[in-house]
Design a protein around this ligand. Structure first.
Ligand SMILES: C[S@@+](CC[C@H](N)C(=O)[O-])C[C@H]1O[C@@H](n2cnc3c(N)ncnc32)[C@H](O)[C@@H]1O
Length: 311
């Protein structure tokens, strides 16, 4: 896919109906030869819409008006380029816990959670948040994570978590204002509810910081998994990570995780993990696939706002 096509696809399948500002912007970039030319000077993995838009927001640039965005990007390219080369999209969306919860709650308790690609670790607290699946409220904490659930009964309660650890190439620290500013810049412009959620989830994590280890999800997973306590079900999980990992490393990861005790939950785009025989996705919008131990079970939306269990 060319860079222009990937921006058009982002507009149509990710931002459409979710962020009008990013839909407009992404479509404009897909037709903007000057900005596409600048993006073409970056390695392919660094040309993504979320990274460009997040960096421009971090630097205080305009993202509502495509013409103003174009002028700002061209005028400030050296600063934008520097940030894009050094940063990665590390969006940490606690809302994704809402699609993990039906699986986590159904496993033998208590749980030892190990998240690979954990960012700041906000998805490591599924037991501390509350959830609203339609009229059904689960848990009693903050933030309250809203999720439209189809074809799956909401869990009766939150799981019992006795250990939580994260592995990331670049762990972020929710007590560091610079890291929180980057997490904030990665949230899409109109999503005030997600900004509020970030603050609330960051407060939960700051009160009991997770064990976050800097490392690679293949090379460093066995050593971290070995630190999980006996007597708890080890759950290795990842959400929206594998699109950043080259295919041979994804395969190596799957081999490593299959050799570990416990269970493996993946919540990833359909193209990045092997999953045969998927049913048709519910609509044109991009959906992730939720899988347990390699078996795909449900479609989920990117920020955890919906889950559709396979019929
Ligand atoms: C888009 S973020 C998702 C964060 C979190 N899983 C969530 O859903 O909120 C992807 C994270 O994966 C991390 N990552 C990418 N490749 C990795 C690797 N090979 N090993 C460990 N972490 C990796 C990135 O640093 C980033 O923090």
């Amino acid at each position: 896919m060319t860079t222009a096509e990937s921006y058009a696809e982002f507009a149509a399948r990710e931002a459409h109906g979710v962020s009008p500002a990013y839909e407009r912007l992404s479509l404009a970039v897909s037709r903007d030869d000057e900005v596409l030319g600048l993006l073409g000077t970056l390695p392919p993995a660094k040309r993504q819409p979320n990274l460009l838009f997040g960096v421009v927001r971090l630097l205080g640039g305009p993202v509502e008006d495509p013409a103003a965005f174009h002028d700002y990007t061209v005028a400030n390219w050296p600063a934008i380029e520097t940030e894009m080369r050094t940063r990665a999209t590390q969006t940490n969306e606690a809302g994704r816990c809402a699609v993990l919860l039906p699986l986590l709650a159904a496993l033998p308790q208590p749980l030892a959670l190990l998240e690979v690609g954990a960012s700041a670790g906000l998805c490591l607290y599924p037991d501390r948040y509350a959830y609203r699946y339609g009229d059904h409220l689960v848990g009693s904490g903050e933030p309250v994570l809203e999720c439209a659930a189809t074809g799956v009964a909401p869990p009766a309660g939150v799981p019992e978590v006795v250990w939580r650890a994260g592995l990331d190439l670049n762990p972020l620290d929710v007590t560091d204002p610079a890291d929180v500013a980057w997490l904030d810049a990665l949230i899409w412009p109109e999503h005030a509810h997600r900004r509020a959620r970030l603050r609330a989830a960051a407060a939960v994590a700051a009160a009991e910081p997770p064990l976050l280890v800097r490392g690679d999800l293949v090379d460093d997973l066995p050593a971290l998994a070995a630190r999980a306590p006996a007597g708890a079900t080890l759950v290795v999980f990842h959400t929206s990570v594998m699109y950043q990992v080259p295919a041979p490393r994804r395969e190596a990861f799957a081999e490593v995780v299959r050799r570990l005790p416990g269970h493996w939950i993946a919540n990833e785009a359909p193209g990045v993990m092997p999953c045969d025989g998927l049913p048709r996705p519910p609509g044109e919008a991009l959906h992730n696939v939720l899988a347990l131990d390699g078996t795909p079970l449900a479609w989920t939306r990117g920020h955890g706002q919906a889950i559709v269990w396979f019929g």
